[in-house]
Every structure is written in C-alpha cells, then in structure tokens.
Unconditional design. Structure first.
Length: 219
C-alpha cells in the first residue's frame, strides 16, 4: 500500500510571516500533513522569505517594484505558481491583490486569512476601524479566495470580545494569536479531506458549509 502523500502547499507572504511560521511549526510537529513546496513574495526583503530559507524551503521573490507594470508582475507570479503546481495556495499576510486569472487557476484551492469577522471590515486597517466604530466583537477569518477582494466563502473564524483597554496593537496581537490556531486548523481540514470546495462552495464533512466554524477566544 502506498503512503498518503502530504498536501503540497505554496505560501504567499509580503511581510513578517508569523502566520507562515505557525504553519511551518505545525507541519514540523507532524500535526499538519503538509509539505510547503515554496514560499513566494512580492517583497524581496520579506522576513517570511528568511523564515522559509531557515527551514530549507524554497524562497522565491518576485520584486513587485522591479516589474515594469502590474501585468508583468502578475504574469511572473502566475507562471511560478503554475510551475510549482501546488495542491493548495495559502495567502499569509500577502498584501497584493491577485489578478483574476491566478485566482481562477486555483479556484477552490486557495485560502486567505483576513483580520476581521468577514463580511465585516474587508480591506485595510481593520483593527483601527473596529475600535473607531466601537464594536464589541472582532476577530479573524480564513476563507476561500475568489476574485472579489475578501469576499470568498469563510471557513473558520476566531472571535474575540473587544476590551475597553484594547488598542490597535493589542487587537493585532490578540487577533494574530487566533490566526496561528485557525490557519493550521483549516489547512489541516483540507489535508485530511474534511474540507473540500465542491459544487460551487465549501463542504465540511460531506455537508455544505453555510456558516464558518467559530472558535471563541478564551479571554
Ligand atoms: C495577518 O494578521 C493577516 O491577517 C493580515 O496580515 C497579517 C500578516 O502577518 N492580512 C491581511 O491584512 C490581508 N488582507 P504575518 O505576515 O506576520 O503573518
């Protein structure tokens, strides 16, 4: 009998890559049956690329600012991903908008983590906007990626109560602590075959997933 093969994942990062680190740690501890085929970045200085190199994971930079135009960058990234042919593409703090062709190449095989309880607060500066609006609840969402920004079907959310003393920085830290739990969890569901994208939407344990799974923070 042949051994089940680990899920081959490509991770896209733009910055520090702490979510990437959580995924690397989970994979190394055997909690997550994935192999990270490569880490790619639009930013050659991204710390996430250094994290990859430290573990012998191929680190590929496509310098966005070194490209003559947006279409050139998009083409290069799309080609790199096609060459890698991963089972799953994971956006982990990747701060560029992907072109529709690249998203469609990986329809149902691309995840993102976004720091809000989607559909609330798509876009940037979510922690600040949540504080300014006086929200009681905040959190973060892992969702399948579709061409429309931050609008793909959510899979799992980490939810926390906003404390009166919270600042943008404390919210970022509390939200990210949740991301380190829910991102490896969601990737693991895909690796285990529990979460699939079929018939136009996510299915979990054979049933349509109409609402994301919710993990509540314990403080
Ligand atoms: C994460 O908190 C992620 O939710 C956010 O960027 C951070 C990256 O941190 N992503 C977005 O805002 C995407 N719209 P990391 O590089 O340390 O993983």
């Amino acid at each position: 009998m042949t051994e089940p093969q680990p899920l081959r994942v490509a991770v896209l990062v733009s910055g520090s890559g702490t979510n990437l680190q959580a995924i690397i740690d989970a994979a190394r501890s055997d909690d997550l049956p994935v192999r990270i085929a490569a880490v790619l970045s639009d930013n050659p200085d991204a710390m996430g690329l250094d994290r990859a190199r430290e573990y012998g994971i191929p680190a590929i930079a496509i310098d966005f600012h070194g490209c003559t135009d947006r279409a050139t960058y998009d083409r290069q990234l799309r080609r790199q991903l096609a060459d890698l042919n991963p089972d799953l593409v994971v956006l982990a703090g990747y701060m560029r908008i992907l072109d529709d062709d690249t998203v469609n190449d990986f329809a149902g095989r691309m995840l993102n983590v976004h720091p809000s309880l989607l559909p609330a607060y798509p876009g940037l500066h979510t922690h600040r906007r949540v504080l300014e609006a006086g929200e009681d609840w905040h959190g973060t969402t892992v969702h399948f990626v579709i061409p429309e920004l931050d609008a793909g079907p959510p899979v799992v959310q980490y939810r926390l109560k906003v404390h009166p003393e919270d600042t943008e920085q404390s919210l970022r830290e509390r939200v990210q602590a949740g991301e380190y739990q829910i991102y490896p969890l969601a990737i693991g569901w895909i690796a285990d075959g529990r979460l699939v994208f079929a018939d136009g939407g996510p299915q979990f344990d054979g049933k349509p997933l109409t609402q994301p799974q919710i993990i509540d923070a314990d403080y």
